[in-house]
Design a protein around this ligand. Structure first.
Ligand SMILES: [Zn+2]
Length: 368
């Protein structure tokens, strides 16, 4: 599986087709919802029919290439989504297998439509998982939608230690406590070594509540500042249970990041440090003032591109910057995302964020 990183997104954003249109297809092939291959084959046919406007501008060879890749059998054991980029005339045909589902979408634009791929790349930065109780330590790393078990260690503390009838009861319980503290300090140390080696961006802890609360106190500051919500699973949870809990946690944490960015935008838009709505956002992109682009997932709008000076605009056909006559676009939003990525802006695709929707479904925090 190709590593889905921000570098891959940038590499695709910079692919030069010499002006030929690129067909981008995102297809959900998640086996949990689409049991038989014929299910996603029908989805693709529907998508192609529904997007006849777009496909009429695509080369037949590109539509055919996408169709034949999808219909010729997919190994879906680890694949839940596909991102396919095709521009045969420029020698581009790239399939990126995704470990997470995507929304079906077909776009024809002057470059690859990268919004969903960028959003997947964000989801896939490694997260460290530490599971502890009084007996056990498990350390795992979650990346690319997959779990890798790192360490499983059983502490020295026997489950029935305090039931063995030692004479001096007080001594036994303080000894048990000391072993328990040692065990949790060890857990913090094992986690630090493993997570630092993996360069994890975030850390989550799960297991028995008491142990979790204590191990948090022992965490190295490097890990403590990367802590996100606790993971609601037991130490003995199966890999499937942990994986599903992580997918939920990821989605929640991604929504929280988006909400924070949108809140920031709304806070500073009055002071001129952000813009909201399509016309102003496109203008800011044209002036290369965008630091972070925020866009509602699924937002599509017709618009214009100036072939003379590359400006994007919501209203045409005359270019505000150079006066040339612009080209009509089916989806200027997809173009804007591509331009932003090309300018090395951060792009945040926001899912079901009503606060962004009410200010026009797109906006940007500005560099100056
Ligand atoms: Zn122009």
């Amino acid at each position: 599986m190709t590593a889905i990183t921000h570098d891959l997104v940038r590499e695709l954003a910079q692919f030069d087709t010499g002006g030929d249109p690129v067909l981008t297809c995102y297809l959900n092939v998640d086996g949990r919802a689409r049991v038989r291959p014929v299910d996603y084959a029908h989805d693709l046919d529907r998508l192609i029919r529904r997007s006849s406007d777009a496909t009429s501008r695509a080369a037949d060879a590109d539509v055919e290439a996408v169709r034949s890749h999808v219909l010729n059998g997919l190994d879906r054991s680890r694949v839940r989504g596909l991102a396919i980029f095709s521009c045969e005339s420029a020698g581009l045909f790239r399939v990126v297998d995704l470990p997470v589902p995507v929304h079906n979408r077909l776009v024809v634009a002057s470059g690859p439509a990268l919004d969903q791929l960028e959003s997947v790349a964000e989801q896939l930065v490694p997260i460290g998982i530490l599971l502890v109780d009084r007996q056990r330590i498990r350390v795992l790393v979650f990346a690319g939608g997959e779990l890798a078990e790192h360490t499983e260690s059983v502490g020295e503390l026997p489950r029935d230690y305090d039931e063995r009838g030692h004479a001096a009861r007080g001594d036994v319980s303080s000894h048990v406590d000391e072993l328990a503290h040692q065990h949790l300090r060890l857990a913090a140390k094992i986690a630090f070594d493993a997570f630092q080696a993996h360069g994890v961006s975030r850390v989550t802890i799960g297991g028995a509540n008491e142990s979790v609360a204590e191990v948090e106190q022992h965490l190295h500051p490097y890990l403590r500042e990367r802590l996100v919500d606790r993971l609601g699973v037991a130490v003995g949870a199966s890999l499937d249970e942990i994986r599903n809990a992580m997918l939920d946690l990821e989605a929640r944490s991604e929504r929280a990041t988006e909400a924070a960015a949108v809140a920031r935008l709304r806070e500073v838009v009055g002071a001129g440090k952000a813009v909201a709505g399509l016309p102003d956002t496109l203008a800011a992109l044209g002036e290369r003032r965008v630091d972070q682009l925020l866009v509602s997932e699924g937002f599509e709008e017709t618009g214009w591109r100036c072939e003379n000076c590359t400006l994007l605009a919501a209203v045409g056909p005359t270019c505000d910057a150079c006066g040339a006559t612009m080209t009509h676009l089916d989806d200027v939003v997809a173009e804007a995302v591509q331009v932003a990525l090309g300018q090395s802006c951060d792009v945040e695709v926001c899912v079901e964020n009503a606060d962004l929707d009410v200010v026009g479904r797109v906006g940007a925090l500005l560099r100056y």
